[in-house]
Design a protein around this ligand. Sequence first.
Ligand code: GTP
Ligand code: SPV
Ligand code: MN
Length: 622
Amino acid sequence: RHAHPPVAACSSVEVPDGAHRHGVANRELADWVVRTALLTRPDEVVWCDGSDAEWTRLTDRMVEEGSLIRLDPGLRPDSFLARSTPDDVARMEDRTFICTSDPADAGPTNNWREPRSMHAELSGLFAESMRGRTMYVVPYSMGPVGGAISQLGVQVTDSAYAAVSLALMARVGDDALEHIGPDTAWVAGVHSVGYPLRNPDGTRRPDVAWPSNPTKYISHFPKERAIWSFGSGYGGNALLSKKCFALRIGSTIARDEGWLAEHMLLLKLTDPDGRALHVAAAFPSACGKTNLAMLQPTLPGWRVETIGDDIAWLRPGADGRLYAINPEAGIFGVAPGTSVATNPVAMDTMRKRTIFTNVALTEDGDVWWEGLTDEPPAHLIDWRGEHWTPASGTSAAHPNARFTSPIEQCRTLADDWYEQDGVPVDAILFGGRRATNVPLVVETDSWAHGVFAGATVSSERTAAQEGTVGELRRDPFGMLPFVGYDMGSHWQHWLDVGEALGAAAPKVFQVNWFRKGEDGTFLWPGFGENARVLAWIADRVTRPGAATTRGTPLGAVPAEGALDVSGLGLSGTSLQALHDVDPASWLDEADRTEEFFTSLGATVPAAVWAQLEALRARLEAA
Ligand code: GTP
Ligand code: SPV
Ligand code: MN
């Protein structure tokens, strides 16, 4: 099934040391490793097992070679700082491709390439790209090994940084490898930073702290279940388990098999009576998933436990309900803005065994970023490796600086994270960053209405004038950069899954922590106080008949007094503004939504269009 990289017809070609491994049950996998090594020509091939010993061996070597800086073991045990080059700091959407024979399968929101020509181009780039380096072979399971919703993958990479990061982010090891039987489906990931250490004439080329290549490709071949990533060492470009597999390839597998692969956090919510619910929530990148997943409720008696903070796989179970897992085993979280005040659980999670990337280094060998403390230290080494003082006028950490920690270090981790076959989902939330229009919380009245809420997820780039809609960045389901197929078809797939679930489908809500008042400040305190919204949602799920809602053209919002806001000191006007629905600005927004849907083409489902028309009719009647 996997397209085999061509092997140069050269008689002197020898299989690099370590490429052959005994006992690999899947012939295709064994062949693929050998062929990839023959194409890329590393000095050696090392099969990773994700063990502590391997972590220590690799991180020691990286410190010695200068690609990691060891943080002070007293302050931050077993933790490291990596600094990327300034041109390799985030996912690169314009270098991300979906390769399908029919461009319509990639849809209008993805960059498309014809698979054969892309393979030809990639083969040229990958040819001998690992010269002088080690090729790591990293087998992993997404989800508990052998679980009903879990999937298997193998990444080969010439980046030790990617290999050790992957060991934190996924269930890496022999257990995963042994589960790849002769006929087991698995996802192949080929990754090279594109910085060989030997020139074609055999002379040595010195390594650098962050090897990368100005030419970058993050290419997906859904039909082959393969990912080829070249030139970048950063995050979602290099940890192929994450956005490439779990979302882009994952969403195409999910479409074919009747499940969902989504950009969602997963949490367990327990009420004061001990009743537990499971909530999945989709927000675009950097819109609060990690924060909500680790929320510390301010409401007495309520408890939030973390299952996942970025990706959820959801699948109808034998009992007809929707079950979900977090396929990941680690957290790749945004550092800037994270502090003891905003997210104490995250701060605890990264106390030990953590790789920090592009944060600032303090004089005592610890890390710092904007928002960590009120006052910055007097002197730092910034993320570029330069001396920095508060007078420098630049940010000390890159805005997309991240921490990578094992999820088992999260003190609010729910036992449910270990559930072999996932947890039943009771509520789904869709949210964005909206300064205007979108209320704090709205209950949709049907699955199709919920799909419409997902399809219209958006964030405002700038605060708009009161009553008018500003420029919106549309990010349906928070999945704009991550749906591996046609966007309209993704919405149809959601409708189909809902149809199969019927009355057992979770209730769907729309939330917005980011609405602003006329003075430009947030109307809602957010963070731990979001527990109040979760409490109302829990009540709506467990007592749907209770009179705790007020109807609006958008859907049901909390009735007066139904949302516990005691002690928040919110004024009556603020409370009203939080749930205000202005028909004129919403009719304007509906026009923008129509333009957006039209831009996606004919696959936007009729049922989603019908939701837009029904919304317009309700707004006109209001
Ligand atoms: P990715 O890892 O990129 O997918 O992001 P994420 O959705 O996990 O985002 P994260 O939780 O890291 O939040 C990013 C930003 O949102 C930070 O600047 C937070 O401070 C801010 N944020 C999160 N929750 C709230 C909230 O309830 N209110 C406000 N005002 N800001 C919030
Ligand atoms: C995101 O951008 O949504 C992330 C970071 O979670 S990355 O893994 O780089 O995609
Ligand atoms: Mn994300």
